[in-house]
Design a protein around this ligand. Structure first.
Ligand SMILES: NC(=O)c1ccc[n+]([C@@H]2O[C@H](COP(=O)([O-])OP(=O)(O)OC[C@H]3O[C@@H](n4cnc5c(N)ncnc54)[C@H](OP(=O)(O)O)[C@@H]3O)[C@@H](O)[C@H]2O)c1
Length: 177
């Protein structure tokens, strides 16, 4: 059972720029469209848990639905799943420990956790087991931060470090203890 964060950040630790944009994710030419671990992750997890803002960002892209597993969207304001996604997206809310326990009891053991506020809240509640951070070599100077404050230090061990396209570093950490 693992709660897994897999996310790209700028060197200065932002996951979206000042306008909420993600164009900088594609600032390094990737002619062969290598996926940097996304497909294996999608194979491994049983479901995703993401914040409502991240769902809305994904829906605003003119691309095919990128997830092959059920997506549980955290929201207190979204009352209905957007049309056409009823078999893919499910709304959840409340205490994260309970949300995770409920999903685990339904057989969703390995969860891919996504979204800025969502990741910060999972970290605050000590609910993150693995962190894969892909660092795009840009400084955004502001935007949505990946990390926020924590009550206390958390220690991780480096499992693997990879370099993609000679410039993008991806570090895979596991929580210790
Ligand atoms: N760089 C990357 O790889 C990457 C990856 C993912 C996202 N992003 C970017 O990050 C941005 C989105 O992040 P974000 O920080 O805005 O937030 P987010 O985590 O995607 O969404 C936050 C929202 O989730 C809901 N929520 C969170 N915890 C909840 C709980 N326990 N119960 C009920 N609802 C809960 C709330 O929705 P309500 O307001 O509806 O209650 C909250 O406003 C987007 O710009 C996206 O593009 C970047």
């Amino acid at each position: 059972m693992a709660n897994i964060v897999f996310i790209a950040t700028s060197i200065d630790g932002y996951i979206a720029d000042k306008e909420g944009g993600l164009d900088w994710l594609h600032s390094v030419p990737n002619p062969d469209n290598i996926d940097m671990g996304f497909a294996p992750l999608m194979d491994r997890v049983d479901a995703l848990v993401m914040g409502r803002n991240t769902l809305e960002t994904v829906l605003s892209f003119d691309v095919d639905w990128p997830y092959s597993k059920p997506v549980f969207v955290l929201s207190n304001t979204m009352k209905e799943v957007p049309n056409g996604y009823q078999d893919k997206v499910f709304l959840v809310q409340g205490d994260l420990t309970e949300v995770v326990a409920d999903l685990n009891s339904k057989g969703y053991q390995d969860l891919y956790i996504d979204g800025g506020v969502t990741i910060q809240n999972f970290l605050k509640q000590e609910l993150v087991d693995e962190l894969t951070i892909t660092t795009i070599p840009v400084l955004l100077g502001g935007g949505i931060k990946l990390f926020g404050e924590l009550e206390q230090m958390q220690s991780y061990q480096l499992i693997e470090s990879k370099v993609y396209l000679e410039t993008i570093v991806q570090n895979h950490f596991k929580r210790m203890g």
